[in-house]
Every structure is written in C-alpha cells, then in structure tokens.
Write a protein that binds this ligand. Structure first.
Ligand SMILES: Cc1cc2nc3c(=O)[nH]c(=O)nc-3n(C[C@H](O)[C@H](O)[C@H](O)COP(=O)(O)OP(=O)(O)OC[C@H]3O[C@@H](n4cnc5c(N)ncnc54)[C@H](O)[C@@H]3O)c2cc1C
Length: 465
C-alpha cells in the first residue's frame, strides 16, 4: 500500500512534519541521506553551536565574574577535546531523540538519498548504491540548506572552514578571520574569542547583523569591540592564499587600498543557500526562484501536484522554528485542516553575549512602510535582577502602533534575551497592545520586568527609569 506522505529530509522541518502527519493518521515515511536524523539544526547547526556557546560563556564567567561574586576557583583552563566531547554528547542525545520519536509515532524511515522519480514516486539510494522505489500520495521536500561559498575560496574544513568545520576545530586558532558579520559569524566568533583566539570579522556591508534593528546592531557592535573582536565594515574578502603555513587573506575596503591579513583559520559565514541537489526537480518541472529557493503557494504546494516544500529550501528566514511551524502547517493542510504560519511573529535570536532577540518589525521596516509608531525603551542598568547578576548591558525596546497601540515589534539586547522574547511573541500572536503588557503583573526580581517597563515607557510612564 502506498504511503500517504513521504518527507525527504529529517531536519526540524521534515521530522516535525512527519510527526504531525502521523498524529493525524497518515501513513508516513521519512527519507534521510545522513547517518543520523535531525538535519543541519541538530547535527551541525543550532545544537552544537549552542553547546559551544554555553561552555565558552561559562568559561569566561569563571575567569572574569566569579571572583567579583566571591567565588575563588583559580584560573580556569580549557580542555578543548573534552569540550568537543560535551558538544557531541548534546548532538547525540538530540538526534537519538528524533529516532525515538519516529518509532513512537510509527513513522517508517529510510536512510539514503531521495530522488523524486515522478509525482508519487520516491527513489531511495543507500550508501551501497542500492535503490528502492517508494510510492506515496504526497511528497514534502524538506532538504534544507548548505553553507554559501565565496567565489574562488574552497572549504577544506580544516583551515578554510564553513560553520561545520568551525564547530570541530581541534585546537584554538591563534588568529581567526571570519567573513560575514551575520548571526553564525558572530556566534562562532564569540565562541573562539572566549576560548582565546584573536578574532577579526570582515563584513561587506557598512553594519553588522543585517536585518536586525539598527539601534540594537550599533550598540552590539560597540559591545563586540569591548569584548576584543575586531570588525572591518565595508570590506570585501577578495581571496585567500593558502600556500604557506599561515593563510594570507586579501581584504578590499570600499575606500582605500587593499591589504593582506594573516590568519590561521578562515571561517566563511556569508549565509546559506537552499539545498536541492539530486532531487531531480528540473526533470519534474518544479520551479525555483532566482535564488534557488523552491517556489510554493501559501499552502506549500510547489508547481507540481502532490509535491510540497518547507523550511530552508523555500523563502523566508532560515530558522529551525520557522521550518517546524511550516512542517506542522503542511501536515495539517494535507489532512484537510487549516494549517497556517503567522510570518509576522517569528522570533529571531542571536546567541552571543549578551543575546539579541527580536520579533516583529524593526524601526527601519516601520519607517519604510510609512507606519507611525511609538517607542518604549528600558535599559537593563535600571533592572534590579540584571544589576544583581552583573549583566546590565543592553535594553528592551517595544514598538507600538501610534494609533492603536498594538505591539508591532519587540527588540531585546541583553542577558537571556532568547528566552525572554517568548513573552513578546505570545503577546503579539494575541494582538496585544503595549498597555496589555504594561498591565500584566511580572514577577520581581526578574529580567522580564524590563519588558513590562519598556511597555510602560511607550506611554512615557516607566516606573524605574
Ligand atoms: C551553525 C548554525 C547554527 C544555527 N543556529 C540556529 C539557531 O540557533 N536557531 C535556529 O532557529 N536556526 C539555526 N540555524 C539554522 C537551522 O539549522 C536551519 O534553519 C534548519 O535546520 C532548517 O531546517 P530544515 O528542516 O529546513 O533543513 P535541515 O535542517 O537543513 O535538514 C535537511 C535534511 O535533509 C537531508 N537531505 C537533503 N537532501 C536529501 C535527499 N536528497 N535525500 C534525503 N535527505 C536529504 C539532509 O541530510 C538534512 O538532514 C543554524 C544553522 C547553522 C549552520
């Protein structure tokens, strides 16, 4: 009997889609070409990077903050091999969790590269080259993305690395040069700087963190400099000479002469591109846009009947939770329900120190759209818990519609911002006004009081600032 659904790819989009489909009674299978499930996020993305961020942040705290709080531990040191083992343990635990969930939900799994031979037919070729043909009513493509390459600079994943190589370096590089001041570059730059590398980030644009509210990005740029990360803006990396022991990186600034910077490791973190290799989409006539993303309608239908696509392989922010929401939505649509994703409320987090988290519109976006808004801002220097914790950098900013007071965007630069943004997302999902947040009782002393205070500040009535 054919499957109701075959999902190609077991990242956060694919595995969540398969589970929701199985919950809704569909006979479901997943095809995954890697040895483990969980995709980029669990194997080489969100999970290992957060393990390294967590360990390196605690190391830095032990080195610089413990003494101030009266804790004497001596000078801490890094056992990188043990840290990488801890990271791998975090990955293993999570990928095993997906395996367990597949079994629990009676989802059949096939290891091998999937190719869509025709609508309703998926060929799976395993590592030995053996192929089998599976039949299905519907196919969801969830094959994710891959690191974008810089022209003429190839990854050897040892000295010239993508994020995958940067999460596996066997020794702390003396000098690490990062191409790209986006989320991945800043997170991994933070990890290796804390562990002792001299980090320089080269960014083509005239600001870091494209897409993030510019006030937040500017303040975080200053914090990065204080932390000792050098950032070269408006500069292009034109080539890397890897002939010698040390890499020679040619930098071309928008103004001024080109120069050569030396590095032991170069991390290219200029973004990610959709991954559709080997799926056979061209032969099927599945249409893509000019950036290689599979085109879908609001119901995730591609240009070919019975074939759907979700996650990094389609348009939208390349985020695990966005892929997950789409996985749930497409499974519900296939079951005849009204699956839907609210793209106005997708939180975005940068797991640096301090963290940066946002949801909704930036000031730049509101200005460009001609929407009048009020701003409420509250600094962590005025938050009791942040002061107690010695973590006072940053602020919360709420943008509310000038006419209706509806919250349009929330931006947090500060400790634990990634956890705190959840409150803002729930409020926005329910169409909250800034007054709704301001009148909600928040526990004291918590960092979340800064959200309440910034909501009060929209109407210029913050209490503690
Ligand atoms: C270093 C790094 C850190 C990140 N940190 C975060 C973070 O903190 N938070 C966040 O939200 N996002 C983060 N991301 C982004 C996140 O990982 C992606 O947005 C997410 O994994 C996309 O999910 P997906 O299901 O679309 O695809 P993926 O997770 O990329 O999974 C695709 C899967 O499809 C499989 N596949 C591909 N082709 C085939 C085929 N032909 N046959 C069978 N299987 C196939 C692949 O092997 C892979 O397992 C990070 C990414 C990186 C690289």
């Amino acid at each position: 009997m054919p499957y109701d659904l075959i999902v190609i790819g077991s990242g956060p989009g694919g595995y969540v889609c398969a589970i929701r489909a199985a919950q809704l009674g569909m006979k479901t299978a997943v095809v995954e070409k890697w040895a483990t499930f969980g995709g980029t996020c669990l194997n080489i993305g969100c999970i290992p990077s957060k393990a390294m961020l967590n360990a390196s942040e605690l190391y830095e705290e032990a080195a610089h903050k413990f003494a101030e709080m009266g804790i004497k531990v001596g000078a801490p040191s890094v056992d990188l091999a043990a840290m990488l083992k801890y990271k791998q343990g975090a990955v293993d635990g999570n990928v095993k969790g997906v395996d367990y969930l597949f079994k629990k939900n009676k989802i059949e799994t096939f290891h091998g590269a999937g190719r869509i031979a025709a609508p309703g037919k998926v060929e799976v070729k395993n590592a030995d080259g053996k192929a089998q043909l599976l039949e299905t009513k519907n196919i969801v493509i969830a094959t994710g993305s891959d690191a974008a390459r810089l022209n003429g600079i190839d990854f050897d994943e040892k000295r010239i690395v993508s994020s995958s190589g940067a999460l596996e370096l066997p020794a702390v590089p003396k000098k690490l040069l990062i191409v790209g001041a986006g989320i991945i570059g800043l997170e991994l730059g933070s990890v290796w700087r804390r562990l002792g590398a001299e980090v320089t980030i080269v960014e083509f644009l005239d600001h870091i963190l494209p897409g993030i509210d510019s006030e937040v990005a500017k303040q975080f740029h200053r914090i990065l400099q204080k932390q000792g990360i050098a950032v070269r803006l408006s500069s292009k990396v034109a080539g890397v000479d890897s002939a010698g022991k040390v890499l020679k990186v040619k930098i071309e600034p928008a103004a001024g002469a080109a120069e050569i910077l030396e590095a032991d490791v170069v991390l290219v973190a200029i973004g990610r591109v959709p991954y559709t290799e080997g799926l056979g989409l061209e032969a099927l006539g599945v249409k893509k846009d000019n950036r290689g993303r599979i085109l879908v309608d609001p119901h995730y239908r591609t240009s070919v009947d019975g074939i759907y696509a979700i996650g990094d392989v389609i348009a939208g922010p390349m985020l695990a939770h966005k892929a997950e929401e789409e996985g749930v939505a497409v499974a519900e649509i296939l079951a005849g329900q009204a699956g839907h994703v609210n793209y106005d409320v997708i939180p975005n987090v940068v797991y640096t120190y301090p963290e940066i988290a946002s949801v909704g519109k930036t000031e730049e976006e509101l200005k460009a759209a001609g929407i009048a808004y009020n701003v409420g801002k509250f600094p962590f220097t005025a938050n009791a818990r942040a002061r107690v914790n010695l973590t006072t950098e940053g602020f919360v900013k709420i943008l509310a519609d000038a006419k209706t007071d509806r919250v349009l965007g929330v931006h947090i630069l500060g400790p634990d911002a990634g956890n705190m943004i959840g409150e803002a997302a729930v409020a926005m999902e329910f169409g909250a006004s800034s007054e709704d947040i301001a009148r909600t009782c928040h526990a004291h002393p918590t960092l979340t009081e800064a959200i309440k205070e910034s909501a009060l500040a929209v109407a210029k009535r913050a209490i503690n600032f």
